[in-house]
Design a protein around this ligand. Structure first.
Ligand code: DUC
Ligand code: ZN
Ligand code: ZN
Length: 485
Protein backbone atom coordinates (compact mmCIF):
# COMPACT_ATOMS: atom_id res chain seq x y z
CA UNK A 1 0.00 0.00 0.00
CA UNK A 2 1.51 3.30 -0.95
CA UNK A 3 1.04 6.64 0.72
CA UNK A 4 0.51 10.05 -0.82
CA UNK A 5 0.22 13.66 0.27
CA UNK A 6 -1.66 16.19 -1.83
CA UNK A 7 0.09 19.25 -0.54
CA UNK A 8 -0.35 23.00 -0.57
CA UNK A 9 -3.81 23.33 -2.09
CA UNK A 10 -7.14 24.75 -1.02
CA UNK A 11 -9.55 21.96 -0.18
CA UNK A 12 -13.03 22.87 -1.38
CA UNK A 13 -16.12 21.08 -0.12
CA UNK A 14 -19.82 21.75 -0.62
CA UNK A 15 -19.78 23.89 2.52
CA UNK A 16 -16.51 25.78 2.49
CA UNK A 17 -12.85 25.98 1.63
CA UNK A 18 -9.71 25.61 3.69
CA UNK A 19 -5.97 25.31 3.23
CA UNK A 20 -5.13 21.67 4.00
CA UNK A 21 -2.94 18.79 2.90
CA UNK A 22 -4.71 15.52 2.11
CA UNK A 23 -3.02 12.38 3.37
CA UNK A 24 -3.77 9.15 1.54
CA UNK A 25 -2.91 5.63 2.64
CA UNK A 26 -3.62 3.02 0.00
CA UNK A 27 -7.09 3.64 -1.41
CA UNK A 28 -8.35 5.84 1.40
CA UNK A 29 -8.00 9.37 2.73
CA UNK A 30 -6.68 9.07 6.27
CA UNK A 31 -6.32 12.72 7.32
CA UNK A 32 -6.63 16.37 6.37
CA UNK A 33 -3.60 18.09 7.87
CA UNK A 34 -2.74 21.66 8.68
CA UNK A 35 -0.67 22.76 5.70
CA UNK A 36 3.07 22.31 5.53
CA UNK A 37 3.68 21.51 9.17
CA UNK A 38 5.11 18.56 11.01
CA UNK A 39 2.24 16.50 12.40
CA UNK A 40 2.79 14.82 15.78
CA UNK A 41 6.46 15.54 15.22
CA UNK A 42 6.50 13.70 11.88
CA UNK A 43 7.57 15.32 8.61
CA UNK A 44 4.65 13.88 6.67
CA UNK A 45 5.75 15.11 3.25
CA UNK A 46 9.15 13.52 3.79
CA UNK A 47 7.60 10.23 4.88
CA UNK A 48 5.09 9.45 2.12
CA UNK A 49 5.80 7.66 -1.15
CA UNK A 50 4.37 10.39 -3.36
CA UNK A 51 3.85 14.12 -2.93
CA UNK A 52 1.43 15.85 -5.29
CA UNK A 53 2.01 19.58 -5.40
CA UNK A 54 -1.33 21.40 -5.34
CA UNK A 55 0.04 24.86 -4.58
CA UNK A 56 -2.28 27.59 -5.80
CA UNK A 57 -4.89 25.09 -6.86
CA UNK A 58 -8.20 23.69 -5.64
CA UNK A 59 -8.37 20.19 -4.23
CA UNK A 60 -11.85 18.72 -4.69
CA UNK A 61 -13.59 15.34 -4.45
CA UNK A 62 -13.60 13.42 -7.73
CA UNK A 63 -16.55 14.16 -9.95
CA UNK A 64 -19.53 11.81 -10.03
CA UNK A 65 -21.47 11.72 -13.28
CA UNK A 66 -24.75 10.06 -12.34
CA UNK A 67 -26.22 9.90 -15.84
CA UNK A 68 -24.29 8.15 -18.61
CA UNK A 69 -25.16 5.77 -21.46
CA UNK A 70 -22.11 3.81 -22.57
CA UNK A 71 -22.85 1.65 -25.63
CA UNK A 72 -26.58 2.39 -25.37
CA UNK A 73 -28.48 0.74 -28.23
CA UNK A 74 -30.56 3.58 -29.63
CA UNK A 75 -32.10 4.47 -32.99
CA UNK A 76 -30.60 1.47 -34.79
CA UNK A 77 -27.06 2.04 -33.56
CA UNK A 78 -25.05 2.07 -30.33
CA UNK A 79 -23.71 5.04 -28.37
CA UNK A 80 -20.12 5.33 -29.59
CA UNK A 81 -18.29 5.29 -26.25
CA UNK A 82 -17.61 1.91 -24.75
CA UNK A 83 -17.10 1.61 -21.00
CA UNK A 84 -13.38 1.75 -21.81
CA UNK A 85 -13.32 4.87 -23.98
CA UNK A 86 -16.01 6.64 -21.98
CA UNK A 87 -14.41 6.12 -18.59
CA UNK A 88 -10.98 7.14 -19.87
CA UNK A 89 -12.57 10.38 -21.15
CA UNK A 90 -14.28 10.75 -17.77
CA UNK A 91 -10.93 10.47 -16.00
CA UNK A 92 -9.40 13.14 -18.24
CA UNK A 93 -12.16 15.47 -17.12
CA UNK A 94 -11.89 14.77 -13.39
CA UNK A 95 -14.84 12.39 -13.13
CA UNK A 96 -13.84 9.37 -11.03
CA UNK A 97 -17.25 7.68 -10.72
CA UNK A 98 -20.08 7.19 -13.17
CA UNK A 99 -23.55 5.75 -12.78
CA UNK A 100 -24.64 4.24 -16.08
CA UNK A 101 -28.08 2.99 -17.06
CA UNK A 102 -28.47 -0.75 -17.44
CA UNK A 103 -31.23 -1.31 -19.98
CA UNK A 104 -34.27 -3.51 -19.99
CA UNK A 105 -35.92 -2.90 -23.31
CA UNK A 106 -39.62 -3.55 -23.79
CA UNK A 107 -40.03 -7.33 -24.17
CA UNK A 108 -36.79 -8.24 -22.37
CA UNK A 109 -36.33 -9.37 -18.77
CA UNK A 110 -34.71 -6.96 -16.29
CA UNK A 111 -32.23 -9.64 -15.17
CA UNK A 112 -31.08 -10.21 -18.76
CA UNK A 113 -30.51 -6.52 -19.39
CA UNK A 114 -28.66 -6.06 -16.12
CA UNK A 115 -26.42 -9.08 -16.67
CA UNK A 116 -25.54 -7.76 -20.13
CA UNK A 117 -24.58 -4.40 -18.60
CA UNK A 118 -22.34 -6.04 -16.02
CA UNK A 119 -20.67 -7.98 -18.86
CA UNK A 120 -20.03 -4.81 -20.85
CA UNK A 121 -18.56 -2.91 -17.90
CA UNK A 122 -16.67 -5.49 -15.85
CA UNK A 123 -12.92 -5.19 -16.31
CA UNK A 124 -13.33 -2.41 -18.87
CA UNK A 125 -13.59 0.73 -16.76
CA UNK A 126 -10.87 3.22 -15.87
CA UNK A 127 -13.01 4.77 -13.11
CA UNK A 128 -15.53 3.34 -10.66
CA UNK A 129 -19.00 2.63 -11.99
CA UNK A 130 -22.46 1.90 -10.67
CA UNK A 131 -25.77 1.27 -12.37
CA UNK A 132 -29.31 2.53 -12.38
CA UNK A 133 -31.81 0.17 -13.97
CA UNK A 134 -33.95 1.28 -16.90
CA UNK A 135 -37.26 -0.55 -16.64
CA UNK A 136 -38.57 -0.51 -20.18
CA UNK A 137 -41.49 -2.84 -19.59
CA UNK A 138 -43.38 -2.67 -16.33
CA UNK A 139 -45.09 -6.05 -15.87
CA UNK A 140 -45.31 -8.76 -13.22
CA UNK A 141 -41.78 -9.95 -14.02
CA UNK A 142 -40.07 -6.56 -13.83
CA UNK A 143 -41.97 -5.65 -10.66
CA UNK A 144 -40.62 -8.83 -9.08
CA UNK A 145 -37.13 -8.04 -10.36
CA UNK A 146 -37.29 -4.57 -8.82
CA UNK A 147 -37.40 -6.20 -5.39
CA UNK A 148 -33.91 -7.64 -5.91
CA UNK A 149 -32.26 -4.50 -7.30
CA UNK A 150 -31.36 -2.90 -3.96
CA UNK A 151 -29.55 -6.07 -2.86
CA UNK A 152 -27.38 -5.69 -5.94
CA UNK A 153 -26.56 -2.08 -5.14
CA UNK A 154 -28.99 -0.63 -7.68
CA UNK A 155 -31.19 1.66 -5.62
CA UNK A 156 -32.64 3.76 -8.42
CA UNK A 157 -34.46 2.85 -11.61
CA UNK A 158 -35.64 4.86 -14.59
CA UNK A 159 -38.93 5.03 -16.41
CA UNK A 160 -39.66 6.79 -19.69
CA UNK A 161 -42.78 8.80 -20.46
CA UNK A 162 -41.28 9.19 -23.95
CA UNK A 163 -40.20 6.78 -26.74
CA UNK A 164 -43.37 4.72 -27.31
CA UNK A 165 -42.50 1.21 -28.43
CA UNK A 166 -38.95 1.38 -27.09
CA UNK A 167 -38.69 2.35 -23.42
CA UNK A 168 -42.13 3.90 -22.86
CA UNK A 169 -44.33 3.29 -19.81
CA UNK A 170 -47.95 4.42 -19.70
CA UNK A 171 -49.53 5.99 -16.62
CA UNK A 172 -50.84 2.68 -15.32
CA UNK A 173 -47.36 1.17 -15.54
CA UNK A 174 -45.78 4.22 -13.90
CA UNK A 175 -48.27 4.13 -11.05
CA UNK A 176 -47.65 0.43 -10.45
CA UNK A 177 -43.87 0.77 -10.57
CA UNK A 178 -43.94 3.76 -8.22
CA UNK A 179 -46.05 1.83 -5.72
CA UNK A 180 -43.42 -0.89 -5.75
CA UNK A 181 -40.56 1.63 -5.51
CA UNK A 182 -42.19 3.34 -2.54
CA UNK A 183 -42.44 -0.02 -0.80
CA UNK A 184 -38.79 -0.87 -1.54
CA UNK A 185 -37.27 2.57 -0.94
CA UNK A 186 -36.02 2.86 -4.53
CA UNK A 187 -35.63 6.26 -6.14
CA UNK A 188 -37.73 6.64 -9.29
CA UNK A 189 -35.89 8.49 -12.07
CA UNK A 190 -38.12 9.86 -14.80
CA UNK A 191 -37.61 10.88 -18.40
CA UNK A 192 -40.47 13.36 -18.34
CA UNK A 193 -41.71 14.14 -21.84
CA UNK A 194 -45.09 13.20 -23.29
CA UNK A 195 -43.88 10.74 -25.94
CA UNK A 196 -47.16 9.91 -27.71
CA UNK A 197 -47.94 13.63 -28.20
CA UNK A 198 -44.37 14.28 -29.42
CA UNK A 199 -44.70 11.51 -31.98
CA UNK A 200 -47.87 13.10 -33.43
CA UNK A 201 -46.21 16.51 -33.73
CA UNK A 202 -43.07 14.98 -35.24
CA UNK A 203 -45.11 13.16 -37.89
CA UNK A 204 -47.03 16.34 -38.75
CA UNK A 205 -43.79 18.32 -39.13
CA UNK A 206 -42.27 15.59 -41.28
CA UNK A 207 -45.38 15.51 -43.50
CA UNK A 208 -44.99 19.29 -43.99
CA UNK A 209 -41.43 18.75 -45.23
CA UNK A 210 -39.91 20.10 -42.02
CA UNK A 211 -37.25 17.43 -41.72
CA UNK A 212 -34.09 19.15 -40.42
CA UNK A 213 -32.70 18.72 -36.87
CA UNK A 214 -34.22 22.03 -35.78
CA UNK A 215 -37.67 20.44 -35.90
CA UNK A 216 -36.61 17.84 -33.35
CA UNK A 217 -36.73 20.75 -30.91
CA UNK A 218 -40.06 22.02 -32.25
CA UNK A 219 -41.73 18.62 -31.90
CA UNK A 220 -40.50 18.20 -28.35
CA UNK A 221 -42.29 21.31 -27.14
CA UNK A 222 -41.74 22.60 -23.61
CA UNK A 223 -45.44 22.13 -22.88
CA UNK A 224 -44.91 18.39 -23.23
CA UNK A 225 -42.01 18.46 -20.75
CA UNK A 226 -43.99 20.57 -18.29
CA UNK A 227 -47.05 18.34 -18.61
CA UNK A 228 -45.10 15.12 -18.13
CA UNK A 229 -43.15 16.56 -15.21
CA UNK A 230 -46.40 17.58 -13.53
CA UNK A 231 -47.94 14.15 -14.18
CA UNK A 232 -44.88 12.37 -12.79
CA UNK A 233 -44.98 14.56 -9.68
CA UNK A 234 -48.66 13.82 -9.12
CA UNK A 235 -48.20 10.07 -9.52
CA UNK A 236 -45.22 10.21 -7.15
CA UNK A 237 -47.27 12.23 -4.69
CA UNK A 238 -50.09 9.69 -4.77
CA UNK A 239 -47.77 6.72 -4.29
CA UNK A 240 -45.36 8.50 -1.91
CA UNK A 241 -42.48 7.49 -4.15
CA UNK A 242 -39.45 9.81 -4.15
CA UNK A 243 -38.97 11.23 -7.64
CA UNK A 244 -35.87 12.39 -9.52
CA UNK A 245 -36.51 14.01 -12.90
CA UNK A 246 -33.60 13.59 -15.30
CA UNK A 247 -32.28 16.09 -17.86
CA UNK A 248 -34.64 18.98 -17.08
CA UNK A 249 -34.46 21.62 -19.83
CA UNK A 250 -37.70 23.65 -19.74
CA UNK A 251 -38.10 26.52 -17.29
CA UNK A 252 -41.73 25.51 -16.83
CA UNK A 253 -40.60 22.05 -15.68
CA UNK A 254 -38.33 23.67 -13.08
CA UNK A 255 -41.35 25.60 -11.83
CA UNK A 256 -43.25 22.33 -11.43
CA UNK A 257 -40.36 20.86 -9.42
CA UNK A 258 -40.10 23.99 -7.29
CA UNK A 259 -43.83 23.95 -6.53
CA UNK A 260 -43.69 20.31 -5.45
CA UNK A 261 -40.64 20.95 -3.30
CA UNK A 262 -42.40 23.91 -1.71
CA UNK A 263 -45.14 21.46 -0.74
CA UNK A 264 -42.46 19.43 1.04
CA UNK A 265 -42.26 16.60 -1.47
CA UNK A 266 -39.30 14.35 -2.18
CA UNK A 267 -38.97 15.67 -5.72
CA UNK A 268 -35.59 16.36 -7.28
CA UNK A 269 -34.26 17.54 -10.61
CA UNK A 270 -31.09 17.26 -12.60
CA UNK A 271 -29.99 19.38 -15.50
CA UNK A 272 -27.05 18.95 -17.89
CA UNK A 273 -24.41 21.32 -19.28
CA UNK A 274 -26.12 21.40 -22.70
CA UNK A 275 -29.25 22.97 -21.17
CA UNK A 276 -27.15 25.64 -19.48
CA UNK A 277 -25.06 26.68 -22.46
CA UNK A 278 -26.59 25.57 -25.77
CA UNK A 279 -29.84 26.54 -27.48
CA UNK A 280 -32.44 25.68 -30.09
CA UNK A 281 -31.56 28.70 -32.20
CA UNK A 282 -27.76 28.54 -32.07
CA UNK A 283 -27.08 24.80 -32.16
CA UNK A 284 -30.11 22.80 -33.33
CA UNK A 285 -30.73 25.41 -36.00
CA UNK A 286 -27.05 25.63 -36.96
CA UNK A 287 -25.97 25.93 -40.58
CA UNK A 288 -22.80 24.16 -41.72
CA UNK A 289 -22.43 26.96 -44.24
CA UNK A 290 -24.60 30.07 -44.54
CA UNK A 291 -27.41 29.68 -47.01
CA UNK A 292 -27.72 25.93 -46.60
CA UNK A 293 -30.90 24.33 -45.50
CA UNK A 294 -34.46 24.52 -46.68
CA UNK A 295 -35.87 26.34 -43.69
CA UNK A 296 -34.24 26.43 -40.28
CA UNK A 297 -30.67 25.17 -40.42
CA UNK A 298 -29.34 22.10 -42.12
CA UNK A 299 -27.93 18.81 -40.90
CA UNK A 300 -25.19 20.42 -38.79
CA UNK A 301 -27.73 20.67 -35.97
CA UNK A 302 -27.79 16.85 -35.71
CA UNK A 303 -24.76 17.12 -33.42
CA UNK A 304 -27.08 18.57 -30.80
CA UNK A 305 -30.11 16.34 -31.21
CA UNK A 306 -30.80 15.04 -27.73
CA UNK A 307 -33.86 14.57 -25.55
CA UNK A 308 -35.08 16.54 -23.79
CA UNK A 309 -34.09 19.00 -26.55
CA UNK A 310 -32.07 22.18 -26.44
CA UNK A 311 -34.48 25.01 -25.84
CA UNK A 312 -34.96 28.57 -27.06
CA UNK A 313 -32.62 31.12 -25.56
CA UNK A 314 -35.15 33.85 -26.38
CA UNK A 315 -37.57 32.09 -24.03
CA UNK A 316 -35.00 32.16 -21.24
CA UNK A 317 -34.69 28.47 -20.40
CA UNK A 318 -30.90 28.52 -19.96
CA UNK A 319 -30.99 31.38 -17.45
CA UNK A 320 -33.76 29.55 -15.57
CA UNK A 321 -31.60 26.41 -15.32
CA UNK A 322 -28.75 28.40 -13.75
CA UNK A 323 -31.18 30.01 -11.36
CA UNK A 324 -32.64 26.61 -10.44
CA UNK A 325 -29.15 25.40 -9.63
CA UNK A 326 -28.59 28.40 -7.36
CA UNK A 327 -31.90 28.04 -5.53
CA UNK A 328 -31.66 24.24 -5.22
CA UNK A 329 -34.82 23.72 -7.20
CA UNK A 330 -32.37 21.70 -9.32
CA UNK A 331 -29.92 19.73 -7.22
CA UNK A 332 -27.39 18.23 -9.61
CA UNK A 333 -25.63 18.41 -12.94
CA UNK A 334 -25.03 15.19 -14.88
CA UNK A 335 -24.17 14.86 -18.54
CA UNK A 336 -26.65 12.34 -20.02
CA UNK A 337 -23.50 11.32 -21.91
CA UNK A 338 -24.81 9.51 -24.99
CA UNK A 339 -22.37 10.14 -27.85
CA UNK A 340 -22.95 9.37 -31.51
CA UNK A 341 -20.64 10.13 -34.43
CA UNK A 342 -21.95 12.17 -37.32
CA UNK A 343 -20.67 9.57 -39.80
CA UNK A 344 -22.85 6.47 -40.00
CA UNK A 345 -24.75 7.39 -36.82
CA UNK A 346 -26.29 10.89 -36.73
CA UNK A 347 -26.34 10.59 -40.54
CA UNK A 348 -29.06 7.95 -40.24
CA UNK A 349 -31.44 10.87 -39.82
CA UNK A 350 -30.54 12.86 -42.93
CA UNK A 351 -33.87 13.91 -44.37
CA UNK A 352 -35.81 12.82 -41.27
CA UNK A 353 -34.96 14.30 -37.88
CA UNK A 354 -36.90 11.48 -36.19
CA UNK A 355 -34.19 9.00 -37.22
CA UNK A 356 -31.27 10.95 -35.74
CA UNK A 357 -29.93 9.03 -32.73
CA UNK A 358 -30.56 11.18 -29.64
CA UNK A 359 -27.57 12.15 -27.58
CA UNK A 360 -24.62 14.43 -26.87
CA UNK A 361 -21.20 13.50 -25.50
CA UNK A 362 -20.02 15.58 -22.54
CA UNK A 363 -18.58 13.25 -19.92
CA UNK A 364 -15.11 14.74 -20.32
CA UNK A 365 -16.18 18.35 -19.90
CA UNK A 366 -18.73 18.49 -17.08
CA UNK A 367 -16.36 19.70 -14.37
CA UNK A 368 -14.80 22.30 -16.67
CA UNK A 369 -18.11 23.56 -18.03
CA UNK A 370 -19.52 23.89 -14.54
CA UNK A 371 -16.34 25.59 -13.31
CA UNK A 372 -16.88 28.19 -16.01
CA UNK A 373 -20.16 28.92 -14.23
CA UNK A 374 -18.07 29.80 -11.16
CA UNK A 375 -15.90 32.10 -13.27
CA UNK A 376 -18.91 33.89 -14.72
CA UNK A 377 -20.59 34.19 -11.31
CA UNK A 378 -23.52 31.84 -11.95
CA UNK A 379 -22.63 29.56 -9.01
CA UNK A 380 -20.18 29.61 -6.12
CA UNK A 381 -17.06 27.47 -5.86
CA UNK A 382 -18.69 25.38 -3.13
CA UNK A 383 -21.85 24.91 -5.17
CA UNK A 384 -19.67 23.64 -8.05
CA UNK A 385 -18.41 20.84 -5.82
CA UNK A 386 -21.88 20.16 -4.47
CA UNK A 387 -23.53 19.92 -7.90
CA UNK A 388 -20.87 17.73 -9.48
CA UNK A 389 -19.82 15.43 -6.64
CA UNK A 390 -21.36 15.78 -3.18
CA UNK A 391 -25.04 15.77 -4.08
CA UNK A 392 -24.67 12.99 -6.68
CA UNK A 393 -23.06 10.91 -3.92
CA UNK A 394 -25.84 11.69 -1.44
CA UNK A 395 -28.64 11.32 -3.97
CA UNK A 396 -27.49 7.90 -5.07
CA UNK A 397 -26.26 6.32 -1.85
CA UNK A 398 -22.50 6.77 -2.17
CA UNK A 399 -21.84 9.58 0.29
CA UNK A 400 -19.04 9.13 2.79
CA UNK A 401 -17.17 6.81 0.46
CA UNK A 402 -17.51 9.22 -2.46
CA UNK A 403 -18.41 12.90 -2.78
CA UNK A 404 -16.30 14.26 0.08
CA UNK A 405 -12.67 14.57 1.15
CA UNK A 406 -12.61 13.24 4.69
CA UNK A 407 -10.90 10.44 6.61
CA UNK A 408 -12.35 7.09 5.59
CA UNK A 409 -13.49 8.26 2.16
CA UNK A 410 -12.06 6.85 -1.05
CA UNK A 411 -9.06 8.87 -2.20
CA UNK A 412 -10.83 10.20 -5.31
CA UNK A 413 -9.21 13.60 -5.63
CA UNK A 414 -8.97 16.23 -8.34
CA UNK A 415 -6.42 19.04 -8.35
CA UNK A 416 -7.99 21.88 -10.33
CA UNK A 417 -6.01 24.90 -11.51
CA UNK A 418 -8.03 28.15 -11.57
CA UNK A 419 -5.15 29.82 -13.40
CA UNK A 420 -5.11 27.14 -16.10
CA UNK A 421 -6.93 27.07 -19.42
CA UNK A 422 -8.81 24.38 -21.31
CA UNK A 423 -9.62 24.63 -25.01
CA UNK A 424 -12.41 22.15 -25.72
CA UNK A 425 -12.86 20.46 -29.07
CA UNK A 426 -11.39 18.03 -31.59
CA UNK A 427 -9.46 20.75 -33.44
CA UNK A 428 -5.67 21.11 -33.24
CA UNK A 429 -4.38 21.99 -29.78
CA UNK A 430 -7.71 21.21 -28.19
CA UNK A 431 -8.67 18.40 -25.84
CA UNK A 432 -10.98 15.52 -26.75
CA UNK A 433 -10.80 11.88 -25.69
CA UNK A 434 -14.39 10.72 -26.22
CA UNK A 435 -14.98 8.32 -29.09
CA UNK A 436 -16.72 10.80 -31.37
CA UNK A 437 -15.84 12.38 -34.71
CA UNK A 438 -16.93 15.81 -33.51
CA UNK A 439 -17.42 17.72 -30.29
CA UNK A 440 -20.71 19.29 -29.28
CA UNK A 441 -18.49 21.73 -27.34
CA UNK A 442 -16.07 22.74 -30.11
CA UNK A 443 -14.59 26.15 -29.41
CA UNK A 444 -15.56 26.38 -25.75
CA UNK A 445 -12.80 27.99 -23.67
CA UNK A 446 -12.56 27.29 -19.95
CA UNK A 447 -10.69 29.49 -17.47
CA UNK A 448 -9.46 26.54 -15.47
CA UNK A 449 -7.86 23.14 -15.92
CA UNK A 450 -8.06 19.62 -14.50
CA UNK A 451 -4.41 19.06 -13.53
CA UNK A 452 -4.32 15.87 -11.49
CA UNK A 453 -6.91 13.11 -11.13
CA UNK A 454 -6.61 10.44 -8.47
CA UNK A 455 -8.93 7.47 -8.04
CA UNK A 456 -8.68 5.38 -4.88
CA UNK A 457 -5.10 6.51 -4.40
CA UNK A 458 -4.00 5.83 -7.99
CA UNK A 459 -2.99 8.72 -10.21
CA UNK A 460 -5.07 8.54 -13.40
CA UNK A 461 -4.08 11.86 -14.95
CA UNK A 462 -1.08 14.11 -14.27
CA UNK A 463 1.25 16.33 -16.31
CA UNK A 464 -1.07 16.14 -19.29
CA UNK A 465 -0.79 12.36 -19.49
CA UNK A 466 -3.09 9.46 -18.77
CA UNK A 467 -1.53 7.07 -16.26
CA UNK A 468 -4.66 5.05 -15.48
CA UNK A 469 -5.60 1.62 -16.61
CA UNK A 470 -8.66 -0.12 -17.88
CA UNK A 471 -9.79 -2.56 -15.20
CA UNK A 472 -8.99 -0.18 -12.36
CA UNK A 473 -12.65 0.86 -12.14
CA UNK A 474 -14.74 -1.14 -9.70
CA UNK A 475 -18.45 -1.79 -9.49
CA UNK A 476 -20.11 0.48 -6.91
CA UNK A 477 -22.74 -1.25 -4.85
CA UNK A 478 -24.86 1.71 -3.82
CA UNK A 479 -26.97 2.24 -0.73
CA UNK A 480 -30.35 3.93 -0.55
CA UNK A 481 -30.57 7.65 -1.27
CA UNK A 482 -29.12 9.81 1.51
CA UNK A 483 -30.84 12.95 0.23
CA UNK A 484 -34.49 12.33 1.07
CA UNK A 485 -36.45 14.77 3.21
N1 DUC B 1 -31.97 11.17 -24.29
C1 DUC B 1 -30.91 11.25 -25.09
O1 DUC B 1 -30.59 12.34 -25.56
N2 DUC B 1 -30.23 10.14 -25.37
C2 DUC B 1 -30.53 8.88 -24.84
C3 DUC B 1 -31.79 8.76 -24.15
C4 DUC B 1 -32.43 10.03 -23.78
O2 DUC B 1 -33.39 10.04 -23.05
ZN1 ZN C 1 -33.85 10.35 -20.86
ZN1 ZN D 1 -30.27 9.57 -20.42
Amino acid sequence: MSTMLVQGGTVVSSTGRTRADVLVDGEKIVALLAPGQATLGVDVAGSVDTVIDATGRYVIPGGIDAHTHMELPFGGTNASDTFETGTIAAAWGGTTSIIDFAVQRTGERVETGLAAWHDKAAGNCAVDYGFHQIVGGVDEYSLKAMATLADEGITSYKLFMAYPGVFYSDDAQILTAMQKAAELGLLTMMHAENGPAIDVLAQQLYDQGKTTPYFHGVARAWQLEEEATHRAIMLADLTEAPLYVVHVSAKQAVAQLAAARDRGKNVFGETCPQYLYLSLEEQLGALSSPGDGPDWGDFEGAKWVCSTPLRSRAEGHQAAMWQGLRTNDLQMVSTDHCPFCMKDQKELGKGDFRAIPNGIGSIEHRLDLMYQGVVTGEITLERWVELTSTTPARMFGLYGVKGVLQPGADADIVVYDPAGHTAIGVGAGRTHHMNMDHSAWEGFEIDGHVDVVISRGEVLVADGEFHGRVGHGRYLKRGLSQYLL
